[in-house]
Write a protein that binds this ligand. Structure first.
Ligand SMILES: Nc1nc2c(ncn2[C@@H]2O[C@H](COP(=O)(O)OP(=O)(O)OP(=O)(O)O)[C@@H](O)[C@H]2O)c(=O)[nH]1
Length: 305
C-alpha cells in the first residue's frame, strides 16, 4: 500500500490555514488524488469543517489543542483515516495555538509509520500581525516564532498591504530564524501545489516547548445569539468596545438590516461576511486571551434587536 503524505498546516489563529486548505483540496481533486482531512479546533463546535466537501474523509478533534491534550487522539484518528480510507494525502489543520513540533510528534508514532510518510510543516503567517508582534503576549510571540522556525514551507500571508520595507524585514526575520526554508509572499494563501509536492522536510532541531492551555491563556467560548443583531452596532462594538485580545471570531449571524444568515469571520480587527444558505444555529466561537466571558456575552446580547 502506498503511504500517505501528511501536510501539517500550522499558523496562528486567523492566519489563513483554512483558506489554504480549501485551495489544497481543490488541487488534490483536480489531479484525481484521494485526500483526507484532520481538523483540530479548540472549541466544542467545528466551524471550519464546512470548508471540507462532504465526500472527502474528515476527522475532527474538538475541544482541545493537539499539543496539550489530544496527542493520543490525533494518533488514533490518523490511524483510522488510513485504515478506513487509504488516503494519498492527509492534511492536518491544527488549532492556531498548536505547536507544530507537537503535531509532528503525534504523526511520527510507530503505529503510524507503515501508513504515512514525509510529514511536512506548512506555516501560514499573518504578516501584518508578525510585524506588530510586540503587542502580543510573550507566549503568543514565542509560538509565532516557533511556527516560523520549524516550517518546511513558510507562507508570509496577507502581504497585500505590506510595504517593500516590511517585506525586507520579513526576509531578514526568516533568514535569522529558518535560513533554509522555502518561503513565499502570499495573498489569500495562494500557492502553486506543485511546489508543495516537490518539497521534502528538513531536519528539525531542538525546540522550546510552548504548552498553550494555561500559560498562553488563549481561551475559547461560544456565544449564541437569540436573534438578528444590528450590523451597524455590531461593527461599532468591534471598533470601540470589543477587547483587542480577541484574536478570532467565527460563526453564524443574522443582521436586522438584511435578511439571511452570514458566516462571519473576524481576525485582527476586521470582520468579513459570506452568505450562508443552509439553516444554521446563530452561534459564534470567540478565541482570545484574558476574555471576560460574562461581560462579552452581555455586550453581545445587547446588540440583539
Ligand atoms: N486580507 C486578507 N485576508 C485574508 C488573507 N488570507 C486569509 N484571509 C482572511 O482571513 C480570515 C481568516 O482566514 P482563515 O483561513 O479562516 O484562517 P485560519 O488560520 O484557518 O483561522 P483559525 O481556524 O481560526 O485558526 C478569513 O476571513 C480569510 O478570508 C489574505 O491574504 N489577506
Amino acid at each position: 500500500m502506498e503511504k500517505a503524505k501528511v501536510l501539517i498546516l500550522a499558523g496562528f489563529l486567523g492566519s489563513g490555514k483554512t483558506t489554504l486548505l480549501k485551495q489544497l483540496l481543490i488541487e488534490e481533486r483536480r489531479k484525481g488524488s484521494r485526500p483526507a482531512v484532520l481538523m483540530n479546533e479548540i472549541g466544542s463546535v467545528s466551524i471550519d469543517s464546512d470548508a471540507v466537501p462532504g465526500d472527502i474523509p474528515l476527522s475532527e478533534l474538538l475541544n482541545g489543542c493537539v499539543c496539550c491534550t489530544l496527542q493520543d487522539q490525533l494518533e488514533r484518528q490518523l490511524l483510522l483515516l488510513c485504515q478506513q480510507h487509504a488516503p494519498e494525502t492527509i492534511i492536518i489543520e491544527a488549532t492556531g495555538v498548536a505547536h507544530p513540533i507537537d503535531i509532528l510528534d503525534a504523526c511520527l508514532s510507530p503505529d503510524l509509520l507503515p501508513f504515512i510518510k514525509d510529514p511536512l510543516i506548512i506555516s501560514v503567517i499573518d504578516s501584518p500581525r508578525w510585524l506588530k508582534r510586540e503587542n502580543m503576549s510573550i507566549q503568543s510571540r514565542m509560538l509565532l516564532t516557533e511556527q516560523v522556525k520549524h516550517a518546511d514551507l513558510l507562507l508570509w500571508n496577507k502581504t497585500g498591504s505590506v510595504t517593500e520595507a516590511e517585506r525586507e524585514q520579513l526576509l531578514e526575520d526568516q533568514n535569522r530564524l529558518n535560513p533554509k526554508v522555502t518561503a513565499l509572499f502570499t495573498d489569500y494563501a495562494k500557492v502553486d501545489n506543485s511546489l508543495i509536492r516537490s518539497l521534502s522536510s528538513h531536519e528539525k532541531g531542538d525546540y522550546q516547548t510552548v504548552r498553550i492551555g494555561e500559560q498562553l491563556k488563549v481561551k475559547t467560548f461560544i456565544h449564541t445569539f437569540s436573534g438578528p443583531v444590528s450590523k451597524e452596532r455590531f461593527e461599532d462594538w468591534l471598533r470601540n468596545e470589543a477587547p483587542d485580545t480577541i484574536y478570532r471570531m467565527k460563526g453564524y449571524m443574522q443582521f436586522s438590516e438584511k435578511p439571511g444568515t452570514v458566516l462571519m469571520h473576524y481576525s485582527y480587527g476586521l470582520p468579513q461576511y459570506e452568505p450562508e444558505f443552509m439553516k444554521k444555529p446563530l452561534r459564534i466561537v470567540i478565541i482570545g486571551e484574558e476574555l471576560d466571558k460574562d461581560e462579552l456575552s452581555s455586550q453581545l446580547n445587547r446588540l440583539v434587536e
